[in-house]
Design a protein around this ligand. Structure first.
Ligand code: ATP
Length: 446
């Protein structure tokens, strides 16, 4: 019997009121295994550009990579289409599901490049459809079919650079929409026991659990980490106080900074693209309503605003200490253009590279009493309030003040990080050129 290889990309099945594309993938894992499909990789959860305007939540797309018997190819495709039809929230405007079937062990370079662009930029449905047909794939789109973009991008991102894992546990249907019940203490204990090999379990600043999402989607919790073994172990340490319907381990680009693209000049930044760019602080930080902080940076040719929003907590405090002349590298998404407002980078991280001296002008000191003198009015000199001595010819003295800010990297707190943001805990843990080792036994619930 001939075994073949297929990559199945899925996206845009959910809405803010129902569903989750990772759940469709989880259901399909079981259904496809019943058709004797063998998974050649964990289901891939690929986060795409977090700044696209069409996303529901985290702009995640999915890919299932399987080997299967040629005789069941029709059944496999039918099962995928039927499962999407059963699970997707078709009534919701803006939910435009897409499926991409791509055969063959190798993914063409052009599809890999399309995936890179979908993670760092904006791509079009037209280009996605063209590529699918150029390489003999098959695309199934529902409604506007926009999900084909994410489906193809998930097929094309084969996670050969840095990657991580996430185990997702799902709720039984009757509990969806109700408050999630998980023993919080067990999450803090799990975090301590598995650190630094798991990440983003809790927010240290607010002492808050963040593995349980809010909202009506079917996810009970998700634990992120460096290996499939550690996320599985971590799941076993957490005590759910409600039934878990199923769980699956995903391989993913979460926590890798894959979305951030280095841009040489400020004049090259574009709306909706996540960037890393350097500049000199051109205007001191100012607080705008809702406690957001804005400052601007410039280089030889351009100037842009940078924003640290209220939820960025400690990052906001750091940014508020910047001064004109500081040299910084900023990391973040470029906000959609708004009327009369300049291009703005929404900060995820900032690296302070150079600090400008903070200067102040003080009154001189009395040579007799060593006390600071009092001004007698502009250009009229100074007088000592203690001994009465007058100094008509003295001027203010310039003094260098200590800066309350150090050079270094600052990241928005865990609770306000993007799925793709690389957290502090992962620095030094990057998997460069580490070939994928294959699947562990028991990578999803029995
Ligand atoms: P969730 O994370 O909850 O599964 P979501 O946030 O992934 O939902 P979707 O419902 O999948 O959001 O909607 C995102 C839509 O944007 C999809 O149709 C996807 O194909 C499309 N899309 C994703 N990335 C890009 C991009 N870089 N350029 C253009 N379209 C994109």
């Amino acid at each position: 019997m001939t075994r073949k290889t297929m990559h199945i990309g899925l996206d845009d099945t959910d809405s803010t009121r129902k569903g989750c594309t990772t759940y469709v993938a989880a259901v399909l894992v079981e259904k496809l295994q019943k058709l004797d499909a063998e998974f050649t990789d964990y289901p891939n959860l690929i986060r795409l550009n977090p700044n696209v305007p069409w996303k529901t939540r985290g702009n995640g797309a999915l890919c299932l990579r399987i080997r299967y018997d040629k005789n069941v190819e029709g059944q496999i495709k039918e099962t995928v289409v039927k499962t999407v039809e059963e699970q997707a929230d078709f009534e919701c405007k803006g939910t435009d599901p897409g499926i991409v079937f791509f055969e063959g062990a190798q993914i063409p370079k052009e599809i890999k490049a399309f995936a890179r662009n979908a993670i760092t930029d904006i791509v079009t449905l037209k280009d996605a459809v063209k590529l699918v047909s150029k390489f003999g794939g098959e695309a199934v789109g529902f409604k506007k079919g926009r999900g084909i973009i994410g489906g193809l991008a998930a097929v094309g991102e084969t996670l050969q650079a840095d990657y991580t894992y996430e185990v997702l546990a799902y709720r039984v249907p009757e509990n969806r929409g109700l408050k999630r019940c998980v023993d919080e203490a067990s999450i803090f204990e799990m975090d301590e026991a598995t650190a630094p090999h798991t990440f983003n379990n809790v927010d240290a600043e607010k002492h808050r659990v963040i593995i349980t999402p809010r909202g009506p989607d079917p996810i009970l919790l998700g634990i992120r980490g460096e290996t499939p073994e550690i996320v599985k172990k971590a799941l076993a340490m957490v005590k759910p106080l409600e039934p878990v319907e199923r769980w699956v381990i995903f391989r993913t680009n979460q926590g890798t900074d894959a979305h951030l693209k280095k841009v040489e000049k400020l004049s090259q930044i574009k709306p909706y693209s996540p960037v890393i760019v350097r500049g000199t602080v051109a205007a001191n930080p100012r607080t705008i309503p809702k406690r957001h902080i804005i400052f601007s940076i410039r280089d030889e040719n351009a100037e842009v605003d940078c924003a640290a929003y209220e939820p960025t907590g400690s990052l906001r405090k750091v940014v508020s200490k910047l001064l004109v002349g500081d040299y910084v590298e900023v990391y973040g998404g470029v906000r959609a253009p708004m009327q009369r407002l300049p291009l703005t980078i929404n900060l995820e991280k900032i690296r302070v590279l150079g600090l400008a001296p903070k200067m102040a002008f003080h009154n001189p000191v009395c040579q007799k009493c060593d006390r600071r003198l009092k001004s007698m009015g502009k250009g009229k000199g100074f007088r000592c309030e203690k001994c009465g001595l007058r100094y008509r010819d003295l001027g203010k003295v310039e003094v260098k003040l200590k800066r309350d800010l150090r050079r270094g990297l600052y990241i928005t707190p865990t609770r306000s990080q993007r799925h793709l943001t690389k957290p502090f805990r992962r620095y030094g843990m990057e998997k460069r050129h580490l070939a994928f080792q294959g699947l562990i036994d028991g990578w999803h619930s029995p």
